[in-house]
Design a protein around this ligand. Structure first.
Ligand code: EQ3
Length: 322
């Protein structure tokens, strides 16, 4: 029987617990645009008391420089309007340019805007702003999340802003820019050990990803293989996975701890591995509890891997399907 992505997506589905992250983002989506911006300000500054993101490097900020320079020259009202347009996904020149940014450039853009707001260069949340009950509900829901889940909510809301450029034809795409590298926050772990796992493709995958060696990681996949990031559809084919990894998987520290492997009658293997991942934005200060669900073909190649955010630390150990 040939392997299909649809069936691969369902492996170990009985061991999955719904994450509170989409529910929190759904609450956020219901807010009006000013409330969304205010929520992000309060959530970000509140979180910043204990954990703050690392400043993006100069090369990364350079990609957002043009937009930031335009915004700095605007009046307070115009600055507020730009932020509203971004949150509204409006079709304006700035919101379009933002829409073409990579995930990490979007984060760097808002990081810098946040700094400029603190300095008073960019319009802050209006001083008389009264927090609406809706914002309070989303903030309360956010407080219940662990730090890894909180930064995922922030990241996903920022990524969703700006004009949706996927509707535009290739003629309107800007010239592709090289994705600046993230500095690694911890030494490269060269020999990976995962309790319960000896599968070479899985161990080599983690080793390659922890060294940002995406070519090596891609070569472990079948040509029609797929990678499914958290809360997203599968990305299919080596080229598409490589592009995604170069943009979004740099500088990650993957610390898988345990896993199980089940051999299927056709010789393929289904594996579930759980552990912790750190992003270069927050380094060792925030660990995200995650699971990888691998489907390995009988020839030992990765046909499919899904990355799931876990709902709670208890889930790190609940690997068996009962
Ligand atoms: C200025 C302010 C505060 C107010 C204004 O009103 C509005 C906004 C938006 C503001 C600014 C907000 C800012 C600056 C937010 C910054 C948030 C940041 C830096 C969040 C970063 C989060 C990073 C995360 C969650 C990374 C997760 C990565 C994972 C889980 C990677 C998993 C992967 C694995 C394990 C693989 O094996 C394959 C690849 C893959 C990448 C999927």
């Amino acid at each position: 029987m040939s392997l299909t992505i649809e069936s691969a997506q369902n492996i170990f589905s009985k061991t999955q617990v719904p994450s509170p992250i989409p529910a929190t983002i759904a609450l956020f989506d219901q807010l009006g645009v000013d409330d969304q911006l205010a929520y992000l300000w309060f959530a970000y500054t509140e979180m910043g008391r204990t954990i703050t993101p690392a400043a993006p490097g100069a090369a990364r900020l350079q990609l957002a420089e043009n937009l930031l320079a335009q915004i700095k020259q605007m009046s307070s009202e115009e600055q507020t309007q730009v932020m509203r347009d971004l949150a509204n996904r409006a079709d304006t020149p700035i919101s379009r340019s933002y829409g073409f940014f990579s995930v990490n450039t979007k984060l760097a853009f808002w990081y810098e805007l946040g700094e400029l707001m603190k300095q008073g260069v960019v319009a802050p949340i209006p001083s008389g702003y009264q927090m609406s009950p809706g914002v309070q509900v989303v903030l309360e829901a956010t407080k219940k999340l662990d730090a890894g889940q909180q930064i995922t909510v922030l990241r996903n809301t920022v990524v969703g802003m700006g004009f949706d450029t996927s509707s535009l034809g290739p003629s309107s795409y800007p010239k592709p820019v090289a994705e600046p590298a993230f500095e690694r926050t911890a030494p490269i772990v060269s020999s990976v050990k995962i309790d319960g796992i000896t599968e070479a493709a899985v161990l080599s995958y983690i080793e390659a990803m922890n060294a940002d060696n995406f070519d090596a990681a891609i070569n472990l996949f079948t040509p029609d293989g797929a990678l499914q990031p958290p809360f997203q559809k599968p990305i299919v084919g080596r080229d598409a996975i490589a592009k995604y990894m170069r943009e979004e998987a740099q500088g990650l520290n993957m610390m898988p701890k345990q896993g199980i492997c089940e051999v299927q009658p056709d010789g393929s293997k289904q594996l579930k591995v759980t552990g912790v991942v750190q992003t270069p934005w927050f380094g060792v200060n925030v660990g995200m509890n995650i699971a990888w669900r691998f489907l390995i073909n009988p020839q030992g190649q990765i046909f499919f891997v899904a990355i799931d955010m876990l709902a709670s630390p208890e889930e790190l150990l609940s690997l068996r399907r009962v």
